[in-house]
Design a protein around this ligand. Structure first.
Ligand code: RUQ
Ligand code: CUA
Length: 653
């Protein structure tokens, strides 16, 4: 058995090499950019794109914002990693955003963005994204395009089957990839089987503010929970998770977790879970997790600590969870817009398995079970099967839908996107992707209402698609037109980090709400200076607080004296501008941090600890006006024991 698996894996490697060479030839002959393709992606200078696309940054920890069809990059929104461009995680205000029970973590691995929905339709209010490594879920406010909130997920490791929203954004969910001891304890790794567990987390989202709250967890067997998808429409109230490693192996998983012919899709009835919580059928488990919220009025984040979580045991909660056998280590788990079909992509399977929600309910009603695992009923494969797509390609990963009855699946090994029909399971089209696509995205393609005009394939391997940049080359996305019968490759564009999933939305659902400035009179930052007359420098022992303002094209004050070696100087920079697109930046020579970049009406703080006497300059880092280069100032630093008094000024000789 082990040998067969090795051979399979060897074959995969060869197939990959082959498909790469083949594809590079066909890319020449097909030449994506025929002139009509060029016209389709051409957005005239000054014109706007039709869609926003939010691509996860993977190991960059961020979320990047592109326009479609142009593929132009607009912004990188820092989420789980520090970003010196925006001072995120560097300024005092946003440092708490990166707080966790492990301390302040400057990096994260961002995977799956998902846009909030109302009645199963994208509403463009927030976008959620998971952090895989130190389990967290973030919420980004789509009026500011900034991270508003990050909640840590306890009892979890490898937060991969996250973060997806239900039809009315009642919940955003998180699921663990690694089985771990829960609660964590000192135990032999060899005792994995039966002792390690996987927690599925349900995070309640406040329907007005979007604020998240860890509502409850379901303690599942120690399988790996890989991907998840909420039920839609008729299956609203359910959540589906692919699993692999139902073998519960703890070593050499590439072999040992590929033994079972079928793993499971776990179907979780979250409305039932709510009932169990209501009647008190949960245990309260002590734990510790950070909950970081950024406030738009104080322009500051604060951390509060969660200390316990409600936990449901599926073995004690009949009707809560069922297992749907699904061939060969399924990865993607995708539900079509009607909510009837659940697509499980067995990475090592020869065909694509589609389950039927209706058949699943029937089998449950008739109590037709094939057995159970850890007290969770297992349904019969044949009883829940809607159909299979035969020989679709090699290495299926993810599926999205166009809302016209078609599904599109990426195939990593055979390096292609395949279009097939729901219900008849016939293959309608296949197009090569360059190379080895992971996720794909159709705007709204995981909701009840896809906007089925474009498809973005996010490719894991780039090779020769762009000018080489040393051993590390950019990752690659490809845009297809899917409005016709056949898919048409329109454009390649480079991406940041490693895009896993993405979320797309028509621009007119977001752009009109985009914030232009923060109102100065609403600035409640404790160190804000909303009036030029209030600028000042205040000493508090060794701490010195500089209340400084910016307006085109000066700092107030721009001369500061009386600072001493050994001081800790806090520059609280308020940008007094009230016009759109006039940020100012500030940086200080030798400061052990980044600049701050302050939006109109906002206050941001950075710390400088002068080490040497002298006169030290600072300047504006954002080209704000014709006299931007004049926007500068000096701080005089005297010896520790000097008695030069504090003074500050602007424009006096
Ligand atoms: S993953 S390529 Cu979503 Cu992190 Cu499938
Ligand atoms: Cu202010 Cu440049």
């Amino acid at each position: 058995m082990k040998n067969t698996i090795k051979i399979t894996l060897g074959f995969i490697a060869i197939a990959l090499t082959f498909s790469s060479c083949n594809n590079s030839k066909s890319s020449e002959s097909k030449g994506g950019l025929s002139s009509s393709a060029a016209e389709q992606v051409y957005v005239k200078p000054g014109d706007h794109d039709e869609f926003y696309a939010f691509l996860s940054g993977g190991f960059s920890g961020q979320l990047s914002v592109y326009g479609l069809p142009s593929g132009r990059l607009f912004k990188v929104i820092p989420v789980f990693s520090q970003d010196p461009e925006k001072a995120y995680g560097y300024n005092e205000e946003t440092k708490p955003m990166l707080m966790t029970s492990y301390g302040e973590i400057p990096w994260g691995d961002a995977h799956h963005p998902d846009i909030s929905q109302t009645n199963g339709v994208l509403d463009g209010r927030w976008i959620f994204i998971n952090e895989n490594n130190t389990p967290r879920i973030a919420r980004i406010d789509l009026s500011n395009f900034e991270t508003s909130e990050i909640i840590e997920i306890p009892n979890s490791a490898g937060n991969h089957s996250s973060s997806y929203v239900t039809d009315n954004t009642e919940y955003v969910i998180a699921g663990t990839r690694f089985g771990i001891p829960i609660p964590q304890r000192d135990i032999s790794i060899k005792d994995y089987k039966g002792n390690f567990k996987g927690a599925l987390s349900f995070i309640k989202v406040d329907k007005d503010s979007g604020q998240m709250d860890l509502s409850f967890q379901i303690l599942m067997p120690g399988f790996d929970y890989d991907k998840a998808h909420p039920g839609r429409g008729k299956s609203d109230g359910w959540f589906f998770y692919t699993t692999y490693n139902t073998e519960e192996a703890n070593s050499l998983l590439e072999v040992n977790a590929s033994q079972n012919d079928k793993d499971f899709i776990a179907a979780v009835n979250w409305k039932k879970a709510e009932e169990y919580i209501k009647v008190g059928k949960f245990k309260t488990m002590p734990t510790k997790y950070a909950h970081n919220i950024y406030n738009d009025e104080t322009h500051s984040a604060t951390t509060t600590w969660g200390t316990s979580v409600k936990v449901l045991d599926p073995a004690e909660c009949p009707g809560l969870v069922y297992f749907l056998p699904t061939p060969k280590s399924p990865h993607g788990c995708d539900v079509d817009p009607t909510g009837e079909y659940i697509v499980g992509s067995g990475k090592l399977a020869a065909s694509l398995t589609v389950h039927s929600f209706t058949k699943m309910l029937d089998a449950i009603k008739n109590k037709k079970f094939a057995g159970e695992a850890y007290g969770i009923p297992i349904l019969n494969f044949e009883d829940v099967l809607a159909g299979t797509v035969e020989q679709p390609g090699l290495g299926p990963l993810h599926t999205e839908f166009d809302g016209k009855g078609n599904a599109y699946t990426t195939f990593f090994i055979s390096s292609e996107v395949v279009k097939w029909k729901l219900g008849t399971w016939e293959i309608l089209d296949r197009q090569p992707a360059f190379y080895s696509p992971g996720h794909l995205m159709i705007p709204g393609g995981n909701s009840q209402k896809p906007f089925g005009k474009y498809l973005v394939s996010m490719n894991k391997i780039t090779k020769d698609r762009y000018l080489p940049t040393g051993p590390e080359v950019c990752q690659s996305a490809q845009l297809f037109d899917i409005s016709g019968d056949k898919m048409k490759l329109l454009l390649d564009f480079p991406t940041i980090g490693e895009p896993h999933y993405a979320a797309g939305i028509p621009a007119d659902l977001v752009a009109p709400k985009s914030r232009k400035i923060f109102k100065l009179e609403e600035n409640k930052h404790p160190y804000a200076t909303t009036n030029d007359a209030d600028t000042k420098v205040v000493r508090d022992g060794k701490n010195v607080h500089v209340y400084i303002t910016t307006i085109r094209s000066h700092f107030n004050p721009d001369n500061i004296e009386g600072i001493k070696v050994g001081d800790k100087v806090f520059f609280h920079v308020t940008n007094m501008e009230q016009d759109y697109d006039v940020p100012h930046g500030m940086s200080m020579i030798g400061a052990n941090t980044s600049e701050v970049l302050v939006m109109p009406g906002q206050t941001e703080t950075f710390v400088w600890e002068p080490k040497q006497v002298g006169v030290w300059p600072f300047y504006c880092t954002d080209f704000c006006s014709a006299l931007h280069q004049e926007m500068q100032g000096y701080v005089r630093v005297s010896p520790e024991n000097s008695n030069i008094p504090l003074s500050w000024s602007l424009g006096e000789e």
